[in-house]
Design a protein around this ligand. Sequence first.
Ligand code: COA
Length: 149
Amino acid sequence: MVVDFRPAFAAEEGERILRLDGICFPLDAPPVIDGAQWIVGWHGGAPIAYCAWKTVEHDGVPVGFHYRGGVLPDHRGHGLQRRMLRLREAAMRAQGLAAAVTYTDADGAASMCNLIAEGYRPYAPGPATTLSGLGRLGRVGFVHWRKEL
Ligand SMILES: CC(C)(COP(=O)(O)OP(=O)(O)OC[C@H]1O[C@@H](n2cnc3c(N)ncnc32)[C@H](O)[C@@H]1OP(=O)(O)O)[C@@H](O)C(=O)NCCC(=O)NCCS
């Protein structure tokens, strides 16, 4: 499947990203567009996948956070999330970051399969390494993931 991934600049493409996100995460609050690096995947002139990453501090060390991402339902099953993980890892490495982190819903089976296949492992977040918010610590619902780059 030919998909061309290109950087998406928040100012011009924010609305497009929010439309894609609303399809992939119909129940969630929209993401914060500013402050993240966005990438959109194009197939036959149509946007069909998107993702973002940003730098966050974990225990005083900057790490790359896979912030948000999705593939439109008709285009799932072609390895696009794994491609987007690798694209963002390359950008993180280029920024000198030594680790990538993210979190998933505890029932995010497809994402978890993809993260494991790309070398991620779960970690138990503490106050300095939580991505889902301090209020979530100790609760069932999210799984945190990390990979050394
Ligand atoms: C998560 C998402 C990006 C994955 O899309 P994708 O890259 O096309 O991934 P696939 O659908 O091919 O699934 C990846 C793997 O998970 C498996 N999988 C998919 N759905 C599954 C399920 N319900 N239960 C178990 N395994 C599942 C697939 O079989 C595949 O495994 P394989 O590589 O061993 O064959 C896409 O489902 C999506 O956009 N979901 C909604 C938004 C979302 O959850 N984003 C990620 C937030 S962390």
